[in-house]
Ligand binder design. Structure first.
Ligand code: PLP
Length: 232
């Protein structure tokens, strides 16, 4: 059956509005990023026509293929783990890299970003659950990593990202979302400039309402827009 992307987008935006209302936040301060892994270019274009203006992909090679068709009318985010040897390609494709989690990757990105003369927006991915299967910097590494990135000219740190373990009950992800917000507040207290910590990227289809209540400014939503992934 065809997925009605336009109808799904309306209900996602309604959920964002309701969650913002519950937490007395301005819904305009919450950015919806459409996660398009496994989604065809035709369907992505449908979403763009319906108003999606920000797209996230997990892999450099998938983004390259899709960007040929979709182009730069939308903002492109990388939300999958990035290997250093793909840094140069990633720089050419993405407007925002949400998954910087160590110094070596940051320095590789700095080098290639510098060569293009642009400044790349990055988020530091934090591994709050400490699952070894997950990428992301352990919380205690985030301060030195951010200090390092702040000293680089061609990267602009704009915030933190996290991917909690999956729970059937979305309420169980709440502690991870509030932990990311608390980490943000601690980093500000320790002297990281506020603008480097403006964004909190957290929440997916099953739990973005809870993430918004805990302060998310970017929600990454795939399934609720495009239906279940066949390869899940
Ligand atoms: C796939 C993915 C999402 C979106 O997940 P859904 O449950 O389909 O909304 C969000 N963030 C990351 C990092 C992902 O890999």
């Amino acid at each position: 059956m065809d997925t009605d992307v336009q109808a799904n987008l309306s209900s996602v935006l309604a959920r964002i509005g309701q969650a913002a209302g519950r937490s007395r936040r301005d819904p305009a301060a919450i950015r919806l990023v459409a996660v398009t892994k496994t989604v065809s270019e035709d369907v992505i274009l449908e979403a763009v026509q319906a108003g999606v203006d920000c797209i996230a992909e997990n892999y450099v090679q998938d983004a390259r293929k899709k960007k040929e068709r979709i182009g730069s009318r939308v903002q492109w985010h990388l939300i999958g783990h990035l290997q250093k040897n793909k840094a140069k390609q990633a720089i050419g494709l993405f407007d925002v890299i949400e998954t910087v989690d160590d110094e070596f990757l940051a320095v590789a990105l700095e080098r290639f970003s510098g060569e293009t003369g642009k400044v790349l927006d990055v988020l530091v991915q934090v591994n709050l659950s400490r699952e070894s299967s997950k990428s992301g910097a352990p919380p205690e590494n985030v301060l030195p990593l951010m200090e390092r990135i702040c000293g680089l000219r061609s990267l602009r740190c704009v915030g933190l990202m996290t991917l909690p373990p999956y729970f059937e009950d979305a309420e169980r992800t709440r502690p991870y979302f509030s932990a990311l917000r608390k980490l943000r507040d601690e980093l500000v207290e320790k002297g990281i400039p506020g603008p480097c910590l403006r964004e909190l990227s957290m929440g997916m289809s099953s739990d973005f309402d809870v993430a918004i209540e805990e302060g998310a400014t970017i929600v990454r939503v795939g399934t609720a827009l495009f239906g279940a992934r066949k390869t899940a």
